[in-house]
Design a protein around this ligand. Structure first.
Ligand code: GLA
Length: 613
């Protein structure tokens, strides 16, 4: 049952648990682009995190020596700015409520005059030209306490003293970390909400207070997504207050659970879409798949996070450069955060060159902030296209996920480019131009191999901007789902570009629609038009995949909260309605598909060929 707090208005409720009135309210235009809007993450954060290299056996010296290496080997100049501390830095919570730092691990934090402080640490990193990151948990206890029971560096003392997570101390901990200690980045984990339930290893150990799990891993129905969202939203607000200069990053870390994929962008700058990455090809692909169909959720200031880079580890180590390059290219084109996780003191020149390739990094850091999206899947081959800020420029990745060599191609149409105009293409790893012919590019890809390109041409829609070219300006305010969305994205109904939520081609009234957004009805999309466009046009209707007799949908377009267009009620099989509205001076366009009463599964609708001019 959703609790009515002050916050409730800002939260999307899961329709099954909403009253009809609450669900209706969410379809009302707000006139706002309602993403988090705080923090310094206009482009995906880049940096280094010690967890996958050292786990809790981390020390000040180990981190510093990697930081010095990053500075020396050119990676800092290439963009790696955040040097983070992960789990393991705490000794216990003091009587006065503060956190005692483990000074054997961070001698720099020891102070003769008062409690230990990490200010000298952040000062040191800042003087080196870095930003400093820290780690905590949204619950009372943290991940290492539940999962690294043999670590020599777990918090000590009484049960209460070992509660070093944020819960109950949110305001004071965050004020200390940012106001006093001067951190610039925080990763807020969620084990405290997941792993301390009755019968869990942590609870059975008798060392920790039992906590009813708000997150039941891999089970969204048993999880209390609203409560989890409310707790992270609070952290997001406190962080904004604690950082008047806005120079901070908020990383939300519930590993894709509790529907974080749908609400992360309202409360933070990045959110994990998956479990922890393992340094295996299979795990890397799995994590990629949790983010790769979520292009409508990412944009400047808010990023899908399939976890840190495994480059340098296991199946991506120095003897696996093909895999390392492909993995890095996949994260790059997804506009995923680029946090390296291996001990760079042991990096080979080839690994450093890989991680520092300026043209590849530029794709990830492109100002438009569009997440690359899948335009083709054919056997083991996937093709992703990421429209770049310069009109007509696209980053393109062709990847072979399989174990056999394959041929793979991409067409101008798939790149949203005009097939009759000349194309220019550059191989970003080879750093050289490549010939193009007949509006199609073809390659042979070895097993696990890939090609990353920058292609320039004439946009397929001429002077009109297609919505598919500006996904970074779109926010899914209400997804029209029924709260059962923590399944893999392919079956969950995630709104998508150019396909239905189930991944099928778009069709309205028997007619194929090459371009459009497929989304369930009872949804609301926000488009940040920022007064840059004079007209919006589209065709709207029910997708033919909608179940027959699912009722009618009314489509609305609003400009800064004012109605611009309302359709007649449309049913499945009806011809699409044409939208053509004046958007002069409009900051935020809202696209609402209203299916009336709350239903468990609403019809799939299509905003076909949406264009701004
Ligand atoms: C969780 C996170 C990891 C890491 C560990 C630390 O598993 O997902 O990235 O921070 O906790 O214990």
């Amino acid at each position: 049952m959703i609790t009515k707090t002050l916050l409730a208005a800002a939260l999307a409720c899961a329709p099954l648990f909403c009253t009809a009135a609450e669900a209706r309210e969410e379809l009302q235009p707000t006139g706002r682009f309602s993403v988090y809007g705080h923090g310094a993450a206009a482009t995906p954060p880049m940096g280094w995190n010690p967890w996958n290299a050292f786990r809790t056996e981390v020390t000040q010296d180990k981190i510093l020596s990697v930081a010095e290496t990053i500075k020396r080997n050119g990676m800092q100049k290439a963009g790696y700015r955040y040097v983070n501390i992960d789990d393991g830095w705490w000794l216990h919570r003091r009587e006065d409520g503060g956190i005692q730092i483990r000074t054997t691990m961070f001698p720099m934090a020891a102070s003769k005059s008062g409690p230990p402080s990490l200010k000298p640490w952040t000062d040191h990193l800042h003087a080196m030209g870095f930003k400093a990151g820290l780690y905590t948990d949204v619950g009372r206890n943290v991940c290492s306490q539940a999962h690294d029971a043999h670590s020599p560096n777990l918090p000590v003392g009484t049960t209460a003293q070992r509660e070093i997570g944020l819960e109950g101390f949110e305001a004071s901990d965050l004020a200390t970390m940012f106001g006093e200690w001067g951190f610039d980045y925080i990763k807020v984990d969620a084990c405290g909400l997941a792993d301390y339930g009755q019968g869990s290893m942590a609870q059975v150990s008798g060392l920790y207070r039992e906590a009813r799990p708000l997150i039941v891993r891999r089970d969204a129905q048993q999880s209390d997504a609203d409560k989890v969202e409310t707790m992270y939203a609070r952290v997001g607000r406190l962080l904004a207050e604690a950082n008047p200069d806005n120079d901070f990053v908020f990383s939300i870390c519930p590993w894709g659970e509790a529907n974080v994929g749908t609400w992360g962008g309202r409360h933070g700058n990045l959110w994990r879409t998956s479990p922890d990455i393992e340094p295996t090809w299979e795990s890397m692909l799995h994590n990629f798949d949790t983010a790769s169909r979520r292009e409508l959720y990412a944009g400047p200031g808010r990023w899908n996070d399939p976890d840190m880079l495994a480059v340098g580890l296991g199946e991506f180590a120095a003897e696996h450069m093909t895999e390392a390059r492909t993995h890095f290219s996949m994260w790059t084109i997804l506009a995923a955060p680029l946090l390296v996780g291996f001990d760079l003191n042991h990096a080979t020149p080839a690994q450093i060159a890989l991680l520092s390739n300026p043209e590849v990094i530029a794709v990830n850091q492109d100002a438009a902030g569009n997440q690359g999206r899948i335009v083709a899947t054919d056997g083991a081959v996937q093709v992703l296209v990421k429209p770049l800020a310069a009109r007509g420029d696209r980053a393109v990745l062709l990847v072979n996920r399989g174990e056999k060599g394959v041929r793979a191609g991409v067409t101008a149409t798939q790149m949203l480019l005009n097939a009759d105009s000349p194309l220019r293409a550059r191989d970003l790893w080879q750093q050289q131009e490549i010939p193009t012919a007949d509006g199609r590019l073809e390659f042979t890809l070895p097993p696990h191999g890939s090609v990353l390109l920058k292609v320039s041409g004439a946009p397929a829609t001429g002077n009109d901007v297609s919505l598919g070219e500006i996904t970074g300006r779109i926010h899914v305010a209400v997804d029209g789902l029924d709260g059962y969305s923590a399944k893999p994205a392919e079956v969950s109904g995630t709104p998508r570009v150019d396909v239905t939520p189930a991944g099928q081609p778009l069709r309205i009234g028997g007619q194929a629609q090459a371009r459009g957004i497929g989304i369930h009805a009872n949804s609301r999309l926000e488009v940040r038009t920022a007064r840059e466009y004079a007209r919006f046009s589209a065709l709207v209707g029910l997708d033919d995949s909608s179940a027959a007799g699912k009722g009618k949908v009314v489509f609305h377009v609003y400009g800064d909260g004012k109605p611009l267009f309302t359709s007649a009620p449309l049913g499945r099989g009806d011809a699409p309605a044409r939208i053509e509205v004046d958007t002069t001076g409009v900051q935020v366009l809202e696209l609402v598909a209203d299916a009336g009463s709350v239903q468990r599964t609403t019809p799939v609708v299509v905003w076909a060929d949406g264009r701004l001019r």
